[in-house]
Write a protein that binds this ligand. Structure first.
Ligand code: ADP
Ligand code: MG
Length: 438
């Protein structure tokens, strides 16, 4: 046990400290030493315990990744990737990623979210260097990495299907990226083992090191894949639908694990998923994509509460938002023939109206009436399933607290709608229209 561990600091805590040379070349880190010795730090001032003389030397300061300059942010600048079209009658080219510009803040976890085929994997492949962009640039910090080969980018990648080597043990799988290091980066056997053990401990598989992948559960295999991606201490960690092959419970557990590991290592991470709930729960910020184009970025709650268009509104939230044919006329919002609420001064027009399931309030004299189809008890909440002629979908779902009593034999239910849960979208552009009076 080290001095630090005696004081109650966990191994993982220690790992999240990185040493940087004090002298930087115009803010660029000249050399980064991986930290293998316990260091206790307080802000930028470090009190060292049991450090080797090299580290004690004046040349180095100890800093938390939090405090260092924003060197690890990732910038995607007008990134475009086109593929030749596959069908004869279709377009000549498909833009899998179309003029994608986004800055990923240092040390944050970004959820890249969108339906299958919207260009998520292509974006990751461009970031890790497996594919070259048709145009645009990628920066890691100040460094333009657009033309840098994949192996020089310092990126760790985890795929959906784990991609472990089946004939190698867990230990050998994790060691693999280190064994291929060349020149000055080459490590001794002992150094490699130490790093492999460190990564294994971080994902909590250190007791499985001698097993083969076939002797592990899906969740354990995915942890090995994460350890293998982390072992070289990547500048950026990319996860492409890493939880899709896991069952529901493991998914939840592994997603919390990924969040913990990211918080501890503070590695700038991009997490790709088509599952909105997964992205919302894990990300500092989400990027919603559709057909290669960014639709909206922001903190999950912000995007949920203020979607820019109908696509984003429909993509986020379970059960999904209810969509109706509606109209603005004489400063009133209509769904079908019923007046829902007053609007600010807007031209009369046909619109789509979106109502979040939690936006319905049962009310005897509510202005919005629906045909009652059924009531589903979900424990804490009840889901009132109903229909309305103006609804775009055959059924509407309203989620209300289980404290409400709904008489399922009634033919009709009446609601009032919570203004913050109602969105109005332009009929053609499908962009959101702010309609509430200030
Ligand atoms: P996602 O990961 O979001 O499901 P992808 O990035 O894999 O989407 O694909 C985006 C689009 O680019 C799709 O229309 C896909 O068919 C196309 N695409 C991806 N890779 C290639 C390729 N190598 N050649 C041609 N088309 C591709
Ligand atoms: Mg994909």
């Amino acid at each position: 046990m080290t001095e630090l561990e005696k004081k109650g600091f966990s191994h993982n805590f220690i790992q999240s400290i990185v040493l940087y040379p004090e002298k930087m070349d115009e803010g660029r880190i000249l050399k980064q030493i991986d930290f293998r010795f316990p260091v206790y730090y307080e802000g930028m001032k470090a009190m060292k315990l049991g450090c080797p003389t090299k580290v004690k030397s004046r040349r180095y300061t100890v800093c938390d990744r939090k405090n260092k300059e924003k060197t690890m942010k990732v910038i995607l600048q007008n990134l475009t990737k086109k593929f030749p079209g596959r069908s004869k009658n279709g377009p000549k080219e498909i833009a899998a990623v179309d003029d994608f510009s986004f800055e990923i803040p240092d040390g944050k976890l970004i959820g890249l979210l969108g339906p299958s085929g919207c260009g998520k994997s292509t974006t990751l492949n461009l970031l890790c260097g497996l594919q070259k962009p048709t145009s645009g640039k990628i920066f890691f910090g100040e460094e333009d990495v657009t033309d840098l080969p994949a192996e020089k980018r310092g990126v760790g990648v985890v795929f959906q299907n784990y991609a472990l080597y089946p004939h190698l043990t867990v230990k050998q799988n994790i060691l693999f990226p280190l064994e291929n290091l060349k020149g000055a980066q080459k490590l001794s056997k002992a150094e490699m083992m130490e790093k492999a053990n460190e990564a294994a401990r971080l994902v909590q598989i250190d007791d499985l090191m001698e097993r083969k992948p076939s002797e592990l559960s899906g969740g354990q295999q995915q942890r090995v894949a994460i350890a293998r991606a982390l072992v070289k201490r990547p500048r950026v960690l990319l996860l492409d639908e890493p939880l899709s092959n896991l069952d529901a419970r493991l998914r939840l557990q592994t997603r919390e694990e990924i969040r913990r590991i990211q918080r501890e290592t503070k590695i700038t991470t991009i997490f790709v998923t088509h599952d909105q709930e997964e992205a919302m729960s894990i990300s500092d910020e989400i990027v919603v994509m559709k057909q290669g184009v960014i639709q909206q970025t922001g903190r999950p709650q912000e995007v949920y509460d203020a979607p820019v268009n109908l696509f984003v509104a429909k993509f986020l939230g379970t059960p999904p938002i209810n969509v109706f044919q509606g109209r603005i006329k004489g400063q009133k919002l209509y769904i079908g023939e019923e007046v829902i609420m007053e609007t600010k001064d807007l031209p009369d027009q046909e619109v789509f109206v979106g109502v979040r399931p939690e936006g319905f309030v049962l009310s005897k004299d509510g202005s919005f009436s629906c045909e009652l189809k059924g009531v589903e008890v979900m424990g804490r909440d009840i889901s009132v399933v109903c229909a309305n002629r103006a609804s775009v979908n055959p059924t509407i779902r309203a989620i209300i607290s289980a404290e409400n009593k709904v008489d399922a034999s009634r033919a009709l239910v009446r609601f009032t709608l919570k203004p913050g849960k109602v969105f109005v979208f332009h009929k053609e552009t499908q962009e959101r229209i702010c309609f509430l009076k200030d």
